[in-house]
Design a protein around this ligand. Structure first.
Ligand SMILES: O=c1ccn([C@@H]2O[C@H](COP(=O)(O)OP(=O)(O)O[C@H]3O[C@H](CO)[C@@H](O)[C@H](O)[C@H]3O)[C@@H](O)[C@H]2O)c(=O)[nH]1
Ligand SMILES: [Mn+2]
Length: 487
């Protein structure tokens, strides 16, 4: 509903959006799935000239780069196909896994053509990975492959920035002649004796790299296993930023984490129902939800440390202006590389006052708290058709690992100078501080949960009453009163 109102109202004035995708390991995050996520993001129902998609590859893998190169060609068919038939979801892996049969409204011939093309592409990628080799004739197709001429590994390599689709280039069009979104591959420099700060530093490198390429005022961030399941998500989010009365207060818009691999009985509780349906909604009314990493839209300047003022005004032309004036050339890649070296952040505020914060396993939560403390609010939006779908931990050990990281990370925040009651004092509402503590105190709260799990069960076994016996002898004199107590 809201979308239809906002679209004609803002028309050409829609802001440019930079989408950041992070991947870290080609074994646990297969390149063919990463590109399915990328393709779903490139196919958003949003003006393509205003979209730029960036992949940060902390695995520094030639196979991920190769998959991106393959996706570039496939996108020329996939994006017009999605738009012509209003396809959902726009991740080819998810779409083709839904049915083996051609689906309405596209013709069986066209459906099979695209499916065969997709299957052949994934087969080429998977067989390159299996044989641990990219065919030489493919390597000659793009200069980017030369970056792997030297022996490099995921922990020791130079900066790599390759612009695979240059949205400003007149020739960067799909097979129907429509503009394609910009597509960039980045692997920041890694050296053994430099702290790489996991996803947080990858995000900060992306902020800088994108600033010399598209510099869009809005940044969206997803994990590589979270594909877009809803073509309207960007337009929906813009409603919260463009709103004439309230928009200027909103620092970020957070969507819930939804998963498409939840088992029927959800035995590990991975579907996060209480968080999605109760806690985040509640937080929304007291200042805004936490930043939980994936499925989030930020204003660029707020991620970079801006403090809220009542007369804050936005220049939504950021990004668009650059696109017309400047054409992306080789030296932009070189400049971008120089921004992702290991030493670039030395003696700067990156990771502290600027960008995503370092030093915490839940870097996103602590970054979001700092944004709230700088005066901004946030918005939680949980549309009926989930915006993003990802992969939840599937085994007990994966679940334990993730829960341990989250609860440990959040408890660390509670015990640090960033404790919501300390850092938020006088800056965010007490109710908001308490809302943060639902998560900050997850770890110690497990003791209470364990108590409730163990003690009542033991009582049942021993047949001893759970609660002190009710003194009923007085009420027995009046049976109707007793019945009331029983109910
Ligand atoms: O050195 C690293 C490690 C991880 N990642 C990426 O970061 C994302 C999240 O990592 P993952 O191991 O999947 O952690 P999860 O617990 O599944 O992630 C959740 O929790 C994190 C910490 O709160 C958030 O950053 C994520 O967005 C959120 O989905 C993935 O895309 C990774 O590829 C990197 O880019 N570099
Ligand atoms: Mn994950």
């Amino acid at each position: 509903m809201v979308i239809n109102i906002s679209f004609p109202r803002h028309g050409e004035m829609l802001p440019c959006v930079d989408i950041f995708v992070c991947t870290a390991d080609p074994r646990s995050e297969p390149p063919s799935l990463v590109i399915s996520t990328i393709l779903s993001l490139m196919a958003y129902d949003y003006p393509a000239e205003k979209l730029s998609v960036y992949l940060s590859d902390d695995g520094g893998s030639i196979f991920t780069f190769y998959a991106m190169w393959e996706a570039t060609s496939f996108a020329k068919h996939w994006i017009p196909f999605c738009k012509r038939y209003n396809i959902e979801p726009r991740s080819p892996a998810a779409y083709f896994s839904e049915s083996d049969e051609p689906q309405e409204p596209c013709t069986p011939k066209e459906w099979s053509f695209i499916k065969d093309m997709y299957d052949e592409m994934t087969e080429r990628i998977d067989s390159a990975i299996m044989s641990d080799k990219i065919p030489e004739e493919i390597k000659t197709n793009h200069k980017g492959f030369c970056e792997w001429n030297l022996e490099i590994n995921s922990k020791d390599h130079q900066s790599i920035v390759e612009i695979l689709v240059d949205g400003k280039d007149q020739n960067a069009v799909d097979n129907e002649g429509n503009v394609l979104p910009t597509l960039v591959y980045m692997a920041r420099e890694k050296r053994p004796h430099h702290n790489h700060n996991f996803k947080a530093r990858a995000m900060n490198a992306l902020i800088r790299v994108s600033s010399v390429i598209s510099n869009s005022p809005i940044i969206m961030n997803v994990d590589c296993d979270m594909y877009s399941n809803n073509k309207d998500t960007i337009r929906d989010s813009m409603c919260f930023f463009l709103d004439e009365e309230m928009g200027h207060k909103n620092g970020f818009v957070q969507y819930p984490q939804n998963y498409n691999n939840i088992t029927k009985n959800n035995i590990y509780g991975n579907s996060l129902q209480a968080i999605k349906k109760v806690e985040m909604g509640g937080l929304d009314s007291v200042g805004g939800p936490l930043y939980i990493g994936t499925g989030c839209f930020h204003r660029r300047e707020i991620l970079c440390g801006m403090i809220f003022t009542k007369d804050y005004k936005v220049d939504w032309n950021g990004g668009a202006k650059d696109k017309i004036q400047e054409s992306i050339v080789y030296n932009i890649e070189e400049k971008a590389k120089s921004l992702t070296t290991c030493t670039y952040e030395y003696d700067t505020q990156w990771g502290n006052e600027i960008g995503v914060k370092y030093g915490c396993p839940v870097e996103d939560v602590i970054t979001g708290l700092a944004i709230h403390c700088r005066g901004w609010e946030s918005v939680y939006y949980n549309p009926i058709r989930p915006a993003f779908l990802g992969v939840a931990p599937a085994t007990l050990s994966q679940t334990l690992l993730q829960t341990k990281r989250w609860s440990e990370g959040n408890f660390t925040i509670f015990l640090s100078k960033y404790c919501p009651f300390l850092s938020g004092h006088g800056k965010i509402k007490l109710r908001h501080q308490m809302g943060y503590c639902i998560y900050a105190l997850w770890a110690p709260n497990s003791l209470a949960t364990l108590y409730y799990v163990i003690i009542p069960s033991l009582n049942l076994i021993k047949s001893s009453p759970l609660f002190p016996e009710v003194m009923v002898h007085n009420t027995m004199e009046n049976p109707s009163q007793f019945n009331m107590f029983c109910i």
